[in-house]
Design a protein around this ligand. Structure first.
Ligand code: CP
Ligand code: NVA
Length: 304
């Protein structure tokens, strides 16, 4: 398949139809890969990976994905590039476009990735900015489709910080018409523009009560209370104890509900060990699905 959009920056660039197709394509690639039938569809293609922040899953899944598809990656720390000495984003984007077939970047400011995409002639993928994490959303929605078979009538409860992961997830819910109820402390709500836009296509509820959010939920999801870009070291105190996902909260969701977390997790802060290491946890499948969705994404952006 070939996506209409050149870039994936927030998750909202992909149409509803394309989003659903991309998830199904990811599931197909996963099955083929497990059967040893993966094809080298990106032979001789190069992905530049720019990192301004640390990463485990994003780095390894993109690198492995490209390798499995017959291509390769160049891993770049923004600190080691001339950008750190003042070269503009525009010149960096234009230069890289002459060498590589696609660029993935994990950065602080979302503006940076917008600029990179504007000036690059090759596809640009947001591997996490302070505002969005669309690659995570693809893996999250794939995991939900695998677990429940459908998106219709599925309800996600997000408990904790209405952060970058939450913003892109809201777009993912909009694309698939999955309902989402978001419980955050006051002042930690997701981007109101994202909520407004997504609400045209699905139900997005905001609350400060985790118990009401998880009622009838099929999926209970959270993330760290302290994102990489968060400077307030006391932020965690604003979430505890009410916004911790523990067994007493999980019981209030549907009986067959799953627990999800993009990782890395801080056990016994946003989630108890009992929940994340328990039977309802889907976090390892969710992490693995980063690989399959990003392979599908790369193939679809490059139009192979
Ligand atoms: N979930 C996620 O993006 O993990 P990393 O920060 O390890 O890449
Ligand atoms: N919200 C977290 C996600 C890490 C994958 C962060 O931005 O640090």
């Amino acid at each position: 398949m070939k996506l209409e959009t050149k870039n994936l920056l927030t998750g909202d660039e992909i149409s509803n139809k394309e989003f659903l197709e991309l998830i199904d394509f990811s599931i197909k690639l996963k099955e083929e890969s497990k059967m040893g039938k993966g094809k080298p569809l990106l032979e001789n293609k190069t992905l530049a990976m720019l990192f301004e922040k640390p990463s485990t899953r994003t780095r390894v899944s993109f690198e492995t994905g490209m390798l499995q598809l017959g291509g390769h990656t160049i891993n770049l720390s923004l600190n080691d590039m001339q950008h750190s000495r003042g070269e503009s984003v525009e010149d960096t984007a234009k230069t890289l476009s002459g060498y590589v077939d696609a660029i993935m970047a994990r950065v602080y400011e979302h503006d940076f990735i917008e600029k990179l995409a504007k000036h690059a002639t090759v596809p640009v993928i947001n591997g996490l900015s302070n505002s969005f994490h669309p690659c995570q959303t693809l893996a999250d929605m794939m995991t939900i489709k695998e677990q429940f078979g459908v998106f219709k009538d599925i309800k996600i409860a997000w408990v904790g910080d209405g952060n970058n992961v939450c913003n892109s997830l809201i777009f993912g819910c909009s694309k698939t018409q999955t309902k989402i109820s978001i419980a955050t402390p006051k002042g930690f709500e997701p981007d109101p523009e994202v909520v407004k836009k997504a609400s045209k296509n699905t139900t997005v509820d905001l609350t400060t009560d985790p118990k009401s959010a998880v009622k009838d939920a099929n999926v209970v999801m959270t993330d760290t209370f302290m994102s990489i870009h968060t400077s307030d070291s006391k932020q965690t105190e604003k979430f505890l104890p009410s916004f911790q996902v523990d067994q007493s909260l999980m019981i209030k969701a549907k009986k067959d509900a799953i627990f999800m977390h993009c990782l890395p997790a801080k056990r016994d802060q946003e989630v108890t060990s009992e929940v994340i290491d328990g039977e309802q946890s889907a976090v390892w499948i969710q992490a693995e699905n980063r690989l399959h969705t990003q392979k599908a994404l790369l193939i679809s952006l490059l139009g192979i």
